[in-house]
Design a protein around this ligand. Structure first.
Ligand SMILES: Cc1cc2nc3c(=O)[nH]c(=O)nc-3n(C[C@H](O)[C@H](O)[C@H](O)COP(=O)(O)OP(=O)(O)OC[C@H]3O[C@@H](n4cnc5c(N)ncnc54)[C@H](O)[C@@H]3O)c2cc1C
Length: 492
């Protein structure tokens, strides 16, 4: 038995999809390591990872226009779409591997097959969509994509888009049959349950409040145990490696760690709402995820979309997100989060971003002041027959967009994710939210490579056996999946 002061090998802060993914990878690669997961809430996946707090899109760039920008010469740049698609493939391969090894529920447990569509209105948008389609379909990853400007065809793909629509309106759509909807909350619970079965320790209502590096390079974490009738108790845990997968709480903990790599980062919180219906006749009439085009100034993740969802085995439709603004960094966070994140090192980037993103500010003011009628109007642009009695408003997860230092501009606002790692590889934290949960596996593989370079040669063959497309290489015939599944079973 380990002594109380003896460091555990890995502490994962936060019980969302990122920590769950890292737990799955580490407990597979190093079954003897001591792994602890600390989650402040009484259950896992209560923040962005909760199925109703995100849109559940398996982002593979099959329908999201922000991954295929138009270049000044009118051609379409698909490089980001290819990267996202490849990253999502890694996620699918890991999930498939874990399901094959009976470590995750198979079938419809958390992943549903849902065609991904893009739908636009107006001649200019239809022309852009056609050019995007023509570029994408030449790439083998997107060769199943279909395009149509025919209202009858679009109505066949997604009837609700066309019912009650003005017959004179120019519309266009693309469709890819291989899209997915993911219940990331269910997936996270299943992955952590599996990690616990493999020896990881899960601590709920357990908040990491402070962390500091000791002389020997390990980390000392102060942890508040919140279970005792509202009175919290503190304890300390030492760790060789810490991952801060605390979502909106990550910036604060990274700042507290004192690592120079975290200096200059700030956060810009954007809240969101969705409309949801569980009316069976409406749900049955829409079996797709349909993404539209963002308004001028709207951040890329605020693109409206009408989604078929499968959450905890039940079906629903979701529309949104409607962006909003809140000073909180977590849905269950505090109104002081934003103010407390301001540091001498990030004040210039934060001010620069505030001054240089007036389009975004204008857009958010419009969204914050929107009422039920405005929201219905946005929904009806997608689904003209929508009736308010069928839809309820729900609050989505909180996103904290990354603000970064920039030599020329002072600071820039980023809509992606940023993995911050210390030079010695003993701590890492994840900031930002997009494309988020879908690419959790690629992000956590990046973390392993950056923080454990000395293990790379041992781990890589095992990782490739789990995820054949890893490294862009062909399937390594010398390492059979069945063999790995057997090994995994015998590790238990
Ligand atoms: C509106 C919206 C729509 C989205 N849509 C999609 C989508 O369609 N597809 C997609 O792939 N991604 C989507 N995302 C992004 C995706 O949800 C996130 O990228 C992902 O869930 C982040 O996972 P995480 O584990 O980093 O964070 P989280 O899920 O936020 O988990 C962090 C956890 O850390 C805990 N925590 C915080 N501080 C502490 C502490 N000090 N001690 C202990 N625990 C702590 C929190 O309680 C929380 O459980 C969306 C996000 C939002 C907000």
């Amino acid at each position: 038995m380990a002594l109380p002061d003896q460091p555990v090998d890995v502490v994962l802060v936060g019980g969302g999809i990122m920590s769950a993914t890292l737990a799955a990878l580490i407990t597979t690669l190093e079954p003897t390591w001591r792994v602890e997961i600390h989650e402040v809430r009484p259950a896992l996946a209560q923040e962005s990872t909760n199925a109703w707090n995100n849109a559940g899109t398996g982002h593979a760039a099959l329908c999201e226009l922000n991954y295929t920008p138009e270049k000044p010469d009118g051609s379409i740049d698909i490089s980001k779409a290819v990267t996202i698609n490849e990253q999502f493939e890694l996620s699918r391969e890991l999930w498939n591997h874990l399901a094959t090894a009976n470590r995750l529920p198979g079938g419809e447990g958390f992943l549903s097959s849902t065609p991904h569509m893009t739908f636009v209105r107006g001649a200019a948008n239809a022309d852009y969509l056609r050019r995007r389609y023509e570029t994408l379909r030449t790439h083998p990853l997107f060769d199943d994509i279909e395009f149509s400007t025919d209202p009858a065809q679009i109505a066949q793909w997604a009837p609700l888009l066309m019912v009650d629509r003005d017959g004179d309106e120019v519309v266009a759509a693309t469709r890819s049959a291989v899209g997915t909807d993911v219940d990331f909350g269910r997936l996270t619970n299943a992955m952590v349950t599996d990690a616990v079965a493999r020896g990881a320790r899960l601590h709920l209502e357990s908040e990491v409040t402070r962390l500091s590096q000791r002389r020997d390079g390990t980390w000392r974490l102060r942890i508040k145990d919140r279970r005792w009738n509202g009175h919290s108790r503190s304890r300390k845990v030492n760790a060789r490696f810490v991952f801060i997968g605390a979502g909106g709480g990550a910036l604060r903990l990274l700042q507290r760690s004192g690592i120079p790599e975290a200096k200059g980062f700030g956060g810009f919180p954007i809240s969101g709402q969705f409309l949801r219906t569980t009316n069976p006749s409406i749900v049955a009439a829409h079996q797709a995820k349909v993404y539209g085009k963002a308004e001028v100034g709207a951040p890329p993740m605020s693109v409206p979309h009408l989604d078929a969802r499968v959450v905890d085995g039940g079906s629903a439709l979701m529309f949104g997100p409607y962006a909003g603004w809140s000073m909180k960094f977590l849905k269950n966070g505090s109104w002081t989060d934003l103010l407390r994140s301001v540091r001498p090192g990030n004040i210039v980037p934060m001010l620069a971003v505030g001054l240089k993103n007036l389009d975004l500010v204008k857009y958010l003011v419009g969204e914050v002041t929107a009422n039920d009628a405005d929201r219905l109007r946005t929904l009806r642009a997608f689904m003209p027959s929508a009736h308010p009695r069928d839809w309820e408003l729900i609050t989505a997860g909180q996103r904290v967009q990354v603000i970064k230092k920039d030599k020329k501009k002072g600071g820039v606002l980023e809509f992606g994710t940023e993995l911050v790692t210390s030079a010695d590889g003993s701590i890492a934290g994840l900031l930002g939210a997009s494309p988020g949960a879908s690419t959790a596996v690629a992000t956590m593989l990046d973390l392993l490579e950056r923080c454990f370079p000395d293990r790379s040669s041992t781990w890589h063959p095992r990782l490739r056996a789990m995820m054949p497309s890893l490294g862009g290489g062909e399937w390594d015939e010398s390492f059979e999946l069945d063999q790995l599944v057997d090994e995994v079973r015998s590790d238990r």
